[in-house]
Structure formats: structure tokens, C-alpha cells
Design a protein. Structure first.
Lengths: 903, 119
């Protein structure tokens, strides 16, 4: 064969045109054959024809060969592409390593955005996306929410619950449901007695509850159909895995053991599979059949079976759809079944209906506020991520501007524009990867923070979905912010760039970055003003004087009624408890009372004042207290005296009234102490009760300054004890209530082997839910505000670094011409303060306009509180100056000689 | 001798091509005509099997290809044996040799087998 010229050999043979090459090869073969045939004496035309004939079906052969070749081409192309990618990645890493400050800033910025979003996604995941663990085929399980229409008004029983009658009705009527179950609870219950008494959560469920869900038992079994039939006949229970571990120490021998639930002995027949804690938002420890709900105190109602009573509306309804069932049809059937059942009980004149919802509570119509809040937070975090991405994009742009020359060189050396774009994207994705990993770490730390917020305990769990989400989000933002400089760099004209040696950027190129800084500054201001207002609200709430000293106060109570004890035992306990607790060093005092502070429960009665001209009767709140109550509660007595030990049965009936009551009966300047009151309640002494003292008003709710008139009677003097709402023991301690609660509890639980669970609660916990909205607002706005501020600072620093970098030559010249340090610094500072200043103005205006929206959620502070606005402005300027400082310093240290030489 | 159908050749085609190329690089027509010439036209290779076999061998990495100019000054694809191809050829050739010897032993057996004597 002849040697081919070099350039021909280098042409790729399996190049872009596989078909053409194959064609060439075959044609060559035919030509050679023709030549040989001619050499053997054939006529040229015939030879050609014969050669073609002998070749065979060219089309088919070509197809076969093409198939083989294309595989080779594909494989080779892939290998080369991967090699090219590897090169690009290594190159990008080198480049990033050369400017570590930029890389760190970019990764950190992204990490903030990805971290915030991932943390909140894990919460949203827990609330909305994850079905209760252990449920099989969860998308076929529905919750049936009962709605009732009264005329034109739709009301729903709380949580869309129904009665057990509804469960039975729907079971019979709805054909599209293969199973229907009812869930009661979970409620707090006492477990055991005496020393080892605990509080747990118990539920009563239909016998088919577990089979409906497809949950499997770890040990033992679930309920048999007959165990759910006759009320009280089968005291059995299924326990959760968590409870099994906590209470039984994961003892395999748990089946057949009994526990005391609210004083009733129940036998354990099964342990549910791991991590199944029921279908309600709160986790359940123990399940009993619905037949046992009455005996264990989950449902009151005396002798009748509560399951036949349509007025006992407390049951959650679950159903499993049959395969192929139409949800709409099921809804109609179920509603019809309810209506049919309602006809049998004409007392309820509401038309019942049904709404189907997902098994996941947050997805249903009765979404908890926490769930809605988490969605809002996720949206806010997404905004933060967007801002972070924009920040990184601007950082990248700044860098790209200074690398235009390098890009121009690469382009002129023959790199395709697509290569350049690819390079930018790889760099961005590498940053995004770093941001994703760092963000996940932040999210992990952040989940600890989230656990302190009022969101479900399972929130903040970093599972596989969250990790995938974090990386997906990071990659998405990586592509987003990577495209910006990539697209810009396409517009680089190599010749022009190489010609122009001055690195002085055109001024409008920084416009986007400056706008970005402005936006971020404005956003930070709005958020921080909100934070400031909420923080003030929290402060104001803590300064409220509710008429009692709630900070070092404990409430000790135990449920004697539901657990089958007598009133005498109850009284004995509280007396003994008071004695026992007073002996603990650090306890300032104890007092027995019926109603406790901030309990949300109160009792009222009518009263009249004999001998006064006041028309008719008025109403008053009533409480029954023991000696030392007022000193222990921290409620000052303004006039007269408090209840003492001398106020017993048989001695003169006395009463302390509060200021509101005193005002009502005081009349004009008359003394109220010594007045006689007549109380119309079976628990109050008969006849005249003498007022012996006036106490400061006590607020029933911390935020409610409207106090009702109240009368305090001596417990010992009450002819009859109120059977609900108390009593309880108040304990005043020296130190922080948290550790004291445990100490008091352990001192009391062992007082007698027969005691129900003794609950000790710091009073301050009771106001937590009232204070929470303000604390939440403060925390969230502060968090997001600081995030936005941080991002703004990074953006500002980046902007100015770029500015200084671009003008190195110009600054060098100015220094050479005699400009002082401070002149140079002033230039830089001025450049930075302009966007900050604009952002400040815009932000302040925005905050001024926006805060009235928050008005309903603030407390004790005006929505335009000037102190807050001023403080935020000062903080912002301080941070901005800090962010400007470093680049300004760099500018001032530019050596004129070096700068000029670089040109 | 009748021309053997190339069905019989299918399994051995690859080893024949490899052996042909072991003499030196050649294009597809050269390989086919050399085999025909060498076997006195007993083995005639159809193009329908030749070119797929050549490309398959190339895909497997036993031969590699290069475009050049052929005798009649046309663009032609030349194949050459690779190192892997060489070692594969050695194994296949020896396997073929053993096969041929074994077949020959059966076909040219000098004596009757024992079980055929009782007749």
C-alpha cells in the first residue's frame, strides 16, 4: 500500500460520517473486484455488473456494518467526552484554588441558602410528605372528616371528628371502603401507681385499626374481632415499640404482662412494629380496643356503651379504599350513610357530610398552624436561597469580568464557545457541590435549633430525601447562577479583548451587582425591623404583672377521680404532700388551692349583697384556697388579711375579694372590708360570708388585662368540694422551676404505693403558648434578617473587591500622583455607600409601610416604634462599613509601581 | 472440489482474517482475495460476512484500521493486527489445529471399532 500523506492519516476515520466511510470502503472493494475481473478478460461493463452482483445485498450489509460501527463511535465519543470533562474539572479546581477568598465566600453564601432551605424542607417533609411509618399502601388510606351543615352554615366538629355511631354507619353504607376504623385519642393517661407511676398517651381504636393500616406486630398480635365487641369484656392492649423499650426495657417476655391504665389492669397482647406511633399528630404509647375506652377512662359515660351514643363526638374516622374505588363515590356513599343514621336521632338537626382527606394530617382540611407556618418558612427560605444564588452569580460575574482576557485567549486558540460555557458551568456546579455539602452540615446543626420551635418532634430529621433535596436545590442554583457569567462570556469578542490592555471596566457592568446589594440591604432592614418589634413585644410581655409571681411557682396535681380513688384519699394526699414538700430545703412555701394560675378553667356563681340597694344579683368567679395561698402565689393583699388556718369549718365564714370585686361593691368611698356577701353556690357557705381582705387582681390569661371580679373562700369552710378542676398544690421554690419540678415529683411519687401519677408543672410553662407567637416571630425574623444581612455584607464586600480590582491601575496612578491613603479609601467607601444608602432608604420606607401588617401580632410596642428603626439603621451602617473596610484597605495598599507595571 | 458454503466458514472466518492480517496490513478486498487464492478458490468469502466480521474484530480491538491510498489510488481502509489480536490468533490457531487433528483422527481411522465387528 502507498503511504498516505500525514494530514490524510490524521483525519479521523470513524469521524463524523460513518455512512460515508462505509460507502467508500465498499466502493473500493467493488472497484478492485472489477479490476481483477477485467484482468481475467471480462468486458468492463460486465465486470462492473458482476462485481456488484457478487457483492450481494449492499443495503443490508451496510446496515449491519453501520450498527457495529456506531457502537464503536458512541463508545469512543463517550470516553473522550469523559476525559474532556475530567480535564475541565481539574482545571476548574485549580482556578478556584487560586482565589480561595472568592471560593469560600461563594460556598458559604450558598451554604446559608441551601442549609436554610434543607432544614425547613425536612420539617415540611415530616409534616406533609412522610406517611406514618409502618402503614402499607398509605395512599389508599383516607381520613374521613365529618362536616355538619346547619342551614347554610357549615360547621365541623373539632378536627372533623364523629361519633362511633358514624363509624358503624359508614362501615355498613360505603361500599368503596374495604375497611373503616375509628380512633379515639391519644389522651394522657396514668400508668401504674405509686413510685413507678408514669404519664403516657393512650388511644382507643376499632378492632380492625391495625389490619386496616397494614401495620405488623413485632411480637404477639393485634386485637381479635371479639375483643372489640362487648364493652369492658377484654382488657387487652397493644403497646408501641418506644413504650416497650422505655417501660419494659425491651424485655422479650412482655406478652401477657399487665399494666395499670388509669387504675384499670390491662394485659399486653402485642407490640407494634418499630417506629409506628399511630396516625394522629401526637404519638401514642398504648392502644386499647374501643370496647375498653370507658373502663380505662378515655371516655366517660357511665353504664351505657359510648359507642351507641351519637352525641359522643370525639372519634377520628379512617378508611381504606377498595382497589379501583372512586373517591367521589365513596364520599357520597359515606355522607348518605351518615344522613341515614341521623334520621334515627332527630335531636341533631344538622345535615352531616363527609370530606375525604389524606392520612397525613397536614394534608387534610384541619391543618395545624404549625404545618401552615412551616410552608411559609420554606417559602421564605427559598427566597433566601434565591438571594444567595444571585449573590454568587454577582460574585462570579465580577470574577468573569477580570478573566475576560484569559477567555479571549482560549477562544482564539480554538476552544469552542460551548467549551467555555461548559467550563463556567462546571465551576458553578463545583461551587454548588461545596455549597450543598456545607449546607447539609448547616441544616444538621439547624435541626437542633428547629427542635426548639413548636413543630413536631420528628421534624429536623436529616433523612435521604432531605439530602437528595439539598443536592438537587444546590445543583439547580448552581446551574442558575452559573448560566449568567457563562452566557455573558459568550459575548466576548477575542480580538477586541486582546487589543484592549486596560482592565478598566465599563461602569455599567457593575450595575447589576449594585442593584443586588441594594435589594439585599433593603430586605435585611425590613426583616430586622420586624425582628426588633417582636423582640420588644417579648420584652413587654415578660414585664406584665399578672397579679401573681409566676416565675418560681410549681403546680402539683394528680388525677384521683379517673384512677378510682376516693375524695378522702385525695385530701389526705394534698395534706401530706404539702408537709413533705415544705421539708425540702429551698422551698419557700406551699398552699392548697382549687383553681391554679393560668389553668384556663374557672368557676362562677351568682352573689348578692344583703342590705344594699344594688338591683338583683351579679356574677363572680370563685376559688377555694388554703392558708398561705396568697403569699405562695405572690398575690399581695392590699387591705385586711388573707385566709389563715383559723378559718376552719365551724368558724365564721370568710372571703377575700379582688380589686375588681371591691370596685364593684365599693360604692363611693365606702369601706368594703367587713361587708357581707351571699353566694348562691352549693360549694359556698350558707348565708353571710364576711369580706376580710382585698387582694390584687389576678389575670386569668397573661395577655388579657380584663379581670373579672373574684371571691376567694377558705377550702376548709366549703360545705362541698367541687368535683372537677382541682384541687392542686402550689409550691414556691428558690430556684429555676425546671430542675425543681423533677425534685418535687420524686419526693412525692413515693409517698404511697397507691398513688396515681403526680404531675408537677412549672406555672411559667402554662403561659408559654401565649407568649410563643411573639417569641416565634422574634426568632424567625431575627434569623432571616441576620441571614439577609450576612448575604448583603458578602455581596457588598464582593462588589467592592471587584471594583478595586478593576481600578487597580487607576488607583495606582492616583497614588503616584500624590493622593493620600484617605483619598483612595474615600473613593472606595463612597462607591460602597451609595447602594447601601439607597437600600437603607428603600428598606426603611418598606418597613414603615409594611409593619402595620404586623400590628395584630405585636404587643406593647407601636408598629412604628422609632427606637427600633434607628437601632436597625445603625446596625446596618455598622455592618456595611465593616464590609467596606477590607476592600478599602486593599485599595489603599496598592503599590503604584506594581499597579502601573501590570499594564 | 465443490465450493464450501460459507456457513461452514462462519466460526473460522475471524481466525482466517486474523491470520491473513498477521502477514501485514491489508484492505478488505486484499484479505478476501488472498484467502481465495491460497485455498484455490475452495473458500470463497462472501462480502456479506467479510465486512461485518472485519468491523466486529475492529470493535473488539483485535485489529485496528487506518485510511490510506490503495494501488488504484483510491481511498481505502487498511486493517492491521493489534497486540491483543496477535495473542488471540495464537490461541485460536492452536485450538483449530487440535480440532482439525481430532477430526482427522476420526475421519481417517484405520481400523473398525470393536462394537462394529459383531455383524
Amino acid at each position: 500500500m502507498n503511504r498516505t500523506p500525514m494530514w490524510r492519516r490524521h483525519l479521523r476515520f470513524l469521524g463524523n460520517d460513518v455512512t460515508a466511510d462505509i460507502e467508500d470502503e465498499f466502493q473500493h472493494h467493488i472497484k478492485m473486484r472489477t479490476r481483477d475481473l477485467i484482468a481475467r478478460g471480462m468486458d468492463p461493463v460486465a465486470a462492473q455488473r458482476e462485481a456488484e452482483r457478487r457483492f450481494g445485498d449492499m443495503r443490508q450489509i451496510r446496515r449491519e456494518v453501520e450498527g457495529i460501527d456506531r457502537t464503536v463511535v458512541r463508545r469512543r465519543a463517550r470516553r473522550e467526552w469523559l476525559a474532556g470533562l475530567g480535564l475541565d474539572i481539574r482545571h476548574a479546581l485549580r482556578v478556584l484554588r487560586r482565589s480561595p477568598a472568592f471560593a469560600i465566600a461563594a460556598v458559604l453564601t450558598l451554604a446559608l441558602g441551601v442549609g436554610a432551605t434543607s432544614s425547613l424542607f425536612s420539617v415540611v417533609d415530616a409534616l406533609f410528605l412522610r406517611p406514618p411509618p409502618g402503614v402499607r399502601g398509605a395512599d389508599q388510606v383516607v381520613q374521613l372528616y365529618v362536616v355538619r351543615d346547619e342551614g347554610n352554615v357549615r360547621t365541623s366538629p373539632e378536627g372533623g371528628r364523629g361519633s362511633y355511631v358514624d363509624v358503624k354507619a359508614i362501615r355498613a353504607g360505603a361500599m368503596g371502603l374495604s375497611a373503616v376504623a375509628g380512633v379515639l385519642g391519644p389522651e394522657e393517661m396514668d400508668l401504674g401507681r405509686g413510685e413507678r407511676a408514669e404519664r403516657i398517651r393512650g388511644s382507643a381504636v376499632s378492632g380492625n385499626y391495625f389490619p386496616l393500616l397494614g401495620v405488623r406486630p413485632q411480637f404477639g398480635r393485634f386485637f381479635l374481632p371479639e375483643e372489640d365487641s362487648i364493652a369492658g369484656a377484654h382488657p387487652v392492649a397493644v403497646i408501641s415499640d418506644g413504650f416497650w423499650r422505655r417501660h419494659f426495657g425491651a424485655d422479650r417476655d412482655v406478652l401477657g404482662r399487665s399494666v395499670l391504665l388509669n387504675g384499670r389492669s390491662i394485659t399486653v397482647v402485642g407490640v407494634a412494629e418499630r417506629s409506628f406511633t399511630g396516625t394522629e399528630p401526637d404519638p401514642t404509647d398504648v392502644w386499647v380496643p374501643s370496647a375498653m375506652a370507658g373502663p380505662v377512662g378515655l371516655m366517660s359515660g357511665g353504664s351505657e356503651d359510648w359507642r351507641d351514643n351519637p352525641m359522643m363526638v370525639a372519634v377520628g374516622l379512617l378508611g381504606r379504599l377498595s382497589p379501583g374505588a372512586d373517591p367521589l363515590q365513596v364520599t357520597n356513599d359515606a355522607a348518605a350513610a351518615l344522613r341515614h343514621a341521623a334520621e334515627a336521632t332527630p335531636s341533631m338537626d344538622q345535615t352531616p357530610g363527609i370530606v375525604l382527606g389524606s392520612l397525613i394530617p397536614a394534608r387534610g382540611p384541619h391543618r395545624s398552624p404549625a404545618a401552615s407556618l412551616s410552608l411559609w418558612l420554606l417559602a421564605m427560605a427559598a427566597v433566601v436561597l434565591l438571594i444567595a444564588s444571585a449573590n454568587v452569580a454577582s460574585l462570579l460575574l465580577a470574577r468573569a469580568a477580570s478573566r475576560r482576557r484569559e477567555i479571549a485567549v482560549r477562544l482564539s486558540l480554538g476552544a469552542g464557545r460551548s467549551r467555555v460555557v461548559r467550563h463556567h458551568l462546571i465551576e458553578s456546579l463545583l461551587l454548588a457541590l461545596g455549597g450543598g455539602i456545607a449546607g447539609l452540615l448547616l441544616a444538621f446543626l439547624g435541626s437542633a435549633l428547629i427542635r426548639n420551635l413548636p413543630l413536631p418532634a420528628t421534624a429536623g430529621e436529616t433523612n435521604l430525601r432531605v439530602v437528595a433535596f439539598a443536592f438537587a436545590v444546590a445543583a439547580l442554583s448552581g446551574i442558575l447562577f452559573g448560566l449568567v457569567p457563562a452566557v455573558r462570556s459568550i459575548g466576548v469578542a477575542p480580538a477586541e479583548e486582546l487589543k484592549d490592555r486596560q482592565a478598566g471596566g465599563r461602569p455599567e457592568r457593575g450595575r447589576m451587582q449594585r442593584a443586588l446589594v441594594t435589594i439585599q440591604v433593603a430586605l435585611s432592614i425590613v426583616l430586622l425591623v420586624g425582628a426588633g418589634l417582636f423582640i420588644r413585644s417579648v420584652r413587654e410581655v415578660s414585664r406584665i404583672d399578672p397579679g401573681l409571681a409566676y416565675d418560681r411557682l410549681l403546680v402539683v396535681s394528680a388525677d384521683f377521680q379517673r384512677t378510682g380513688h376516693s375524695e378522702a384519699e385525695q385530701e389526705a394526699f394534698y395534706a401530706a404532700a404539702g408537709d413533705r414538700v415544705r421539708k425540702i430545703p429551698g422551698v419557700r412555701g406551699t398552699a392548697v388551692t382549687h383553681f391554679t394560675p393560668f389553668s384556663g378553667v374557672s368557676y362562677g356563681t351568682e352573689l348578692s349583697i344583703p342590705g344594699r340597694e344594688r338591683p338583683g344579683r351579679s356574677t363572680t368567679r370563685l376559688n377555694f384556697v388554703g392558708p398561705d395561698y396568697f403569699s405562695v402565689a405572690g398575690t399581695p393583699i392590699l387591705r385586711g388579711r388573707a385566709i389563715t388556718e383559723d378559718d376552719r369549718a365551724g368558724s365564721l365564714p370568710v372571703a377575700i375579694i379582688n380589686e375588681a370585686m371591691a370596685k364593684e361593691i365599693g360604692g363611693v368611698g365606702g369601706s368594703v372590708v367587713g361587708e357581707c356577701l351571699r353566694l348562691y353556690s352549693p360549694q359556698a357557705p350558707e348565708g353571710c360570708v364576711r369580706v376580710v381582705g382585698i387582694a390584687r387582681n389576678q389575670r386569668a390569661r397573661i395577655l388579657d388585662d380584663d379581670v373579672a371580679p373574684a371571691v376567694f373562700l377558705a377550702r376548709a369552710q366549703a360545705p362541698e368540694v367541687l368535683s372537677w378542676g382541682g384541687p392542686a398544690l402550689l409550691v414556691r421554690t428558690d430556684g429555676e422551676p425546671g430542675e425543681w419540678a423533677a425534685r418535687v415529683r420524686s419526693a412525692l411519687q413515693g409517698l404511697s404505693p397507691d398513688l396515681p401519677y403526680v404531675a408537677v408543672q412549672p406555672v411559667v410553662e402554662r403561659i408559654r403558648s401565649d407568649v410563643l407567637p411573639y417569641q416565634l416571630g422574634a426568632t424567625l425574623f431575627s434569623l432571616f434578617g441576620l441571614l439577609a444581612l450576612l448575604l448583603a455584607a458578602i455581596g457588598l464586600a464582593g462588589l467592592l473587591s471587584h471594583f478595586v480590582g478593576e481600578r487597580t491601575a487607576e488607583l495606582g496612578i492616583r497614588r503616584a500622583l500624590g493622593a493620600l491613603d484617605r483619598h483612595v479609601i474615600r473613593t472606595v467607601v463612597r462607591q460602597g455607600l451609595v447602594p447601601v444608602g439607597i437600600g437603607l432608604v428603600v428598606g426603611m420606607a418598606g418597613a414603615w409601610i409594611g409593619t402595620p401588617l404586623l400590628k395584630a401580632h405585636l404587643f406593647g410596642v407601636s408598629e412604628h416604634e422609632p427606637l427600633v428603626f434607628v437601632a436597625v439603621a445603625c446596625a446596618l451602617v455598622a455592618v456595611a462599613l465593616l464590609a467596606i473596610y477590607l476592600p478599602a484597605r486593599r485599595a489603599a495598599s496598592v503599590d503604584p509601581a506594581v499597579a502601573l507595571r501590570a499594564e | 472440489m465443490p465450493q464450501l458454503r460459507s456457513e461452514l466458514l462462519r466460526g473460522s472466518l475471524e481466525v482466517l482474517i486474523l491470520k491473513t492480517l498477521s502477514w501485514g496490513p491489508a484492505h478488505g478486498y486484499a484479505v478476501a482475495s488472498w484467502i481465495e487464492h491460497r485455498t484455490g478458490d475452495v473458500l470463497s468469502i462472501e462480502e456479506g460476512s467479510l465486512y461485518p466480521a472485519l468491523h466486529r474484530l475492529e470493535k473488539r480491538g483485535w485489529i485496528e484500521a487506518e485510511w490510506g491510498l490503495s494501488e488504484n489510488n483510491r481511498r481505502a481502509k487498511y486493517y492491521r493486527l493489534t497486540a491483543e489480536g496477535e495473542s488471540h490468533l495464537r490461541t485460536e490457531a492452536s485450538a483449530w489445529g487440535q480440532f482439525v487433528e481430532a477430526v482427522g483422527k476420526v475421519l481417517h481411522a484405520p481400523e473398525r471399532p470393536e462394537w462394529a465387528n459383531a455383524r
